[in-house]
Design a protein around this ligand. Structure first.
Ligand code: HEC
Length: 109
């Protein structure tokens, strides 16, 4: 009886781990599809790196920038806006935002 419960608990944990990593790779896919040409996770490219963005912006700020960069880049203090707007599905917007914020505690040397 007790063994059975432990087994069930283990498969539940395995599912949670699998789903968690599936969520992260979804964000990575969106990054590679739309953002990769201009952004890098840890290095400055044409746009700022995700490590830098994650440290100073909230999820709301990141999503505002993706959907309306023309207005938001001004609020963020950029003199000109070079990033295009993206019309992403709600779940894709959430996935890319989580992906960016996952770099919050990543150290760059
Ligand atoms: C054509 C190049 C280009 C592409 C593609 C692009 N960006 Fe950007 N991004 C920039 C540039 C340049 C900036 C700096 C502000 C500006 O010029 O508008 C920026 C700024 C940002 C910022 C705000 C940075 C800050 O100061 O906090 C976020 C967030 C961001 N990009 C996310 C994304 C995401 C997510 C994608 C993909 C869906 C993406 N960008 C695609 C060029 C790009």
């Amino acid at each position: 009886m007790k063994d059975n419960m432990i087994k069930q608990l283990c498969s539940l944990l395995a599912i949670m781990v699998l789903c968690g990593s599936a969520g992260a790779s979804e964000g990575k896919k969106i990054f590679e599809t739309y953002c990769w040409g201009c952004h890098h996770q840890t290095a400055v490219a044409f746009g700022p790196p995700f490590v830098q963005i994650a440290k100073k912006r909230s999820a709301e700020e990141i999503q505002a920038m993706i959907t309306d960069p023309e207005s938001v880049s001004k609020v963020f203090g950029y003199k000109r806006n070079a990033m295009p707007a993206f019309k992403l599905k709600r779940e894709d917007l959430d996935a890319i935002t989580r992906y960016i914020l996952s770099y919050k505690n990543v150290k760059v040397q």
